[in-house]
Design a protein around this ligand. Structure first.
Ligand code: SF4
Ligand code: SF4
Ligand code: FES
Length: 304
């Protein structure tokens, strides 16, 4: 994974007058330099903050300390502080991370600095907050879970099938995989490729033993699965350790290839007898009582 180096920092900011909060628990005698990107969609810069280091402090703690003691207007999205809501996604020292699961001491580069920037694949709103609404628009285009008519919960499903689907459902929609994927990050192909998060979602439906919907045409066309070249960068950054490439994207690619490019299957599709409804659809129009199957040679059919 190659990410752009952060822009050079400005000189340390003078602490403004603000309400001050003292964190004494676990306070060490050390200070971490946390460089935070400040700005909006028109531009910005890195600003240095000296943060008193606590034992086990995560980067989100440092951001909260800065908000409470130095910059109350610093914008950062977060919710659970437990690695489960997917809100605090950003880049720490150039790597997509959850701020609440990244320890300051583990994140530091060789010089001990911690550089915190917003996700680079999405439009910046302000400071560390990005506009991820495109992801929700993509999500709405994926056909939902569709069991067979008359097949309703509670389903009886073999455990092995459940385990496979459960992995996809661990996703917390942090969009770190979307952030790191070069198809979105560098090529900005949001009109042709849905990104790894939504290939995981399609896998959770397509490989569900009780789902009956066919999403392979969607995968090949609108979802753009062919743009993924299996670099595995998405898998490396997933905080839920979902094997995005091996367990979601590759099985989907195999299904698309089997359907579209297997020569035996293609021949079979051309030769197999079509169901009566399909015959009727292509039969010449005639009196309603005529049955095409009883009128000698069937009409020429398009490829199946
Ligand atoms: S494996 Fe595919 S989806 Fe994942 S980061 Fe690489 S190109 Fe993107
Ligand atoms: S697949 Fe992983 S990295 Fe991608 S959105 Fe879900 S939890 Fe985040
Ligand atoms: S605050 Fe919820 S995942 Fe970080």
């Amino acid at each position: 994974m190659t990410l752009a180096p952060p822009a050079p920092a400005t000189a340390a900011e003078e602490p403004p007058q603000s309400l001050r909060i003292t964190y004494d628990d676990g306070l060490t005698d050390r200070t971490a330099t946390v460089r935070v990107w400040r700005g909006d969609g028109t531009g910005g810069r890195l600003v240095d903050y000296a943060v008193p280091l606590q034992e086990g402090m995560v980067v989100l703690d440092a951001i909260h300390w800065i908000q409470a003691n130095r910059a109350p207007d610093l914008a950062c999205r977060w919710n659970c502080k437990a690695g489960k809501c997917g809100s605090c996604s950003a880049e720490v020292n150039g790597r997509p991370r959850l701020l609440c699961k990244t320890r300051v001491e583990d994140a530091g580069g060789p010089d001990g600095q911690v550089v915190v920037q917003p996700m680079q694949s999405f439009p910046i709103v302000r400071d560390l907050v990005t506009d991820v609404s495109w992801n929700y628009e993509v999500n709405a285009t994926i056909p939902p879970f569709t069991p067979a008519a008359g097949d309703a919960a509670p389903f009886v499903i073999p455990e092995a099938d459940l385990v496979r689907v459960e992995e996809y459902r661990r996703c917390i929609e942090c969009f770190l995989c979307q952030d790191v994927c070069h198809v979105l990050r560098e090529h900005r192909a949001t009109d042709r490729f849905v990104g790894p998060r939504f290939l995981v979602r399609i896998a959770s439906l397509e490989l569900h033993p009780k789902d009956t919907r066919d999403r392979l045409p969607l995968l090949r066309a609108e979802a753009g699965i062919g743009y993924c070249n299996i670099t595995k960068c998405c898998t490396e950054v997933c905080p839920e350790h979902i094997k995005i490439t091996d367990n979601a994207i590759i099985p989907l690619k195999e299904r698309v290839a089997d359907r579209e490019f297997d020569p035996i299957r293609a021949l079979w599709r051309r030769l197999r007898p079509l169901p009566m409804a399909a015959w009727a659809a292509v039969a010449p129009q005639g009196p309603a009582e005529e049955d095409p199957a009883e009128k000698g040679a069937p009409p020429e059919l398009p490829p199946g």
